[in-house]
Design a protein around this ligand. Structure first.
Ligand code: GLU
Length: 483
């Protein structure tokens, strides 16, 4: 059997859509599953849409997510160049071949003429499709006009009758009467190919065995197959994918900030969670397993589980999954991901990674929640004495007055400020005052954090704040309780 070769062929738009990343993931998985090769090809023939830095963003994202390619522009390979704008001569060669064999023809219709004909057709209530006007120009004459410098495009010549069909591994048999297919442009007046032509040439020359791409290309695929035939090439196997949507009606949109991989990274999601989640948007492993490493995905992946209907991208589900990934992070990995968020709130010398890891890791869904969760460390918020009232802890203002006062005296005496020493001092205070532990810990936590819910308790808060700030806040509490 031929070695499996799949590819991801993004256009460098500066924006890696979640749906595109999922296409890349499935193509990568398919290649890995069958010991094949995964290729990255940059489709930049639309020069008007050129975006600075866009290809680098693609390289970076693929590396970051672990979807590394075996061949591609920046890693090389035997079938390059892997950037379409560097393949002009190759396309020209096959355009010439198609023109000679009658599979394509020169078209000299200007934009204005086409517009007029389009308007006329629409007036009659029809939709305009290229009417084949230039198809009838004898080749010799067309060549003379080209040589004389007349602007032209090259169009695909489609047979007049018959069916064009193929079997898609997801959508089954697709067949269209050829008269429904437009004789579209293969090469533009700037000498660059359209996607409609380049995808065929490149997939063939790069030895792609399985074309995995969005289903927006499903209806054009019969046309592409006619090109394969006209060039005498073998048609690849197709796996078209239904889109990833926000809900049944809406696409993921740039405007809502929920369309690209970067959007989710910026919202504090982990790359591994994103990849794991999108694997399941439109593919069903057939088991209850939801958490997968990339290796486990390779094992489990099966085209039979790919859905024909759009996949709904459920942010809540992603958030749940992200939290699961956070729970599994060790301190080093957690700290690395959390550091930019710590630094939004804390001075570098106040970042006590170990405590922060312990108190935050069990409570976090996404990393962007960190600043809000630790904001009390930067500044004591204004709070009401009502916060001291806690039924279960058996505390009220009077208890708090006593607890904060006694704890303050005990803590002030400490020469060492560690979790152990703070803990011991507070426990001892409880004992000496014949109070329950909660009657000490709750009021102290309120006094030093001014917040109802905090990650961690009084001890962690005191150590994170440091001796001086803890005592200052307790003095403030005593004054507020005395009022
Ligand atoms: N450049 C095309 C796109 O970004 C790729 C389609 C394909 O995979 O063939 O939509």
């Amino acid at each position: 059997m031929k070695q499996v070769r799949t590819r991801f062929a993004p256009s460098p738009t500066g924006y890696l859509h979640i749906g595109g990343l999922r296409t890349a993931l499935y193509a990568w998985l398919y290649a890995k599953k069958y010991d094949g090769k995964f290729i990255l090809r940059i489709e930049d023939t639309d020069q008007e849409r050129f975006v600075e830095g866009a290809t680098e963003l693609i390289y970076r994202t693929m590396r970051e997510t672990g979807l590394m390619y075996d061949e591609g522009p920046d890693v090389g390979g035997d079938y390059g160049p892997y950037i379409q704008s560097e393949r002009r001569d190759t396309y020209q060669q096959y355009i010439d071949q198609l023109i000679e064999s009658g599979g394509a023809y020169y078209c000299f219709c200007t934009k204005e003429e086409l517009q007029q004909r389009r308007e006329a057709a629409e007036k009659d209530g029809g939709a305009f499709r290229y009417d084949g006007k230039c198809k009838h120009i004898p080749l010799e004459e067309a060549k003379r006009r080209v040589a004389a410098g007349e602007p032209y495009v090259v169009r695909q010549c489609i047979p007049q009758t018959g069916e064009a069909g193929f079997d898609d591994l997801v959508f089954g048999h697709i067949s269209v009467p050829v008269e429904e297919l437009e004789e579209g442009i293969l090469m533009k007046s700037d000498g660059l190919p359209t996607y409609n032509f380049a995808n065929v040439v490149d997939d063939h020359l790069m030895g792609i065995t399985h074309v995995i791409r969005g289903m927006e290309y499903l209806s054009s695929t019969p046309k592409y197959n006619l090109l394969y035939e006209a060039l005498g090439w073998e048609v690849p196997t197709y796996i078209h994918l239904a889109p990833v949507m926000r809900d049944a009606q809406h696409k993921l949109s740039k405007r809502h900030g929920d369309a690209s991989y970067e959007d989710f990274i910026n919202k504090g999601y982990l790359k591994d969670a994103i990849i794991n989640y999108i694997a399941l948007v439109g593919w069903n492993p057939g088991t209850d397993q939801e958490i997968f490493t990339l290796d486990e995905l390779i094992d489990a992946f099966d085209v039979k589980g790919i859905s024909k209907s759009p996949g709904i991208f459920d942010v809540q589900k992603l958030t749940w999954m992200n939290a699961e990934y956070i729970r599994k992070m060790d301190e080093a990995a957690f700290t690395q991901a959390a550091m930019p968020y710590y630094q939004q709130i804390l001075q570098p010398d106040a970042v006590q990674c170990n405590i922060l890891y312990r108190v935050l890791q069990p409570r976090l869904e996404v990393f962007t929640q960190i600043p809000e969760k630790i904001a009390f460390l930067k500044e004591l918020p204004a709070y009401d004495n009502a916060l001291y009232v806690h039924k279960k802890m058996k505390t009220d203002e009077a208890v708090a007055r006593k607890a904060v006062g006694a704890s303050y005296e005990a803590l002030k005496k400490l020469t060492q400020w560690t979790e152990q020493s703070v803990h011991d001092a507070l426990m001892q205070t409880a004992q000496e005052n014949e109070m329950k532990n909660g009657q000490i810990f709750w009021p102290v936590r309120v006094a030093v954090t001014g917040t109802e819910v905090t990650p961690g308790g009084a001890i962690e808060a005191a150590v994170l704040l440091g001796r001086e700030e803890t005592l200052r806040r307790m003095e403030h509490a005593m004054a507020q309780l005395a009022e």
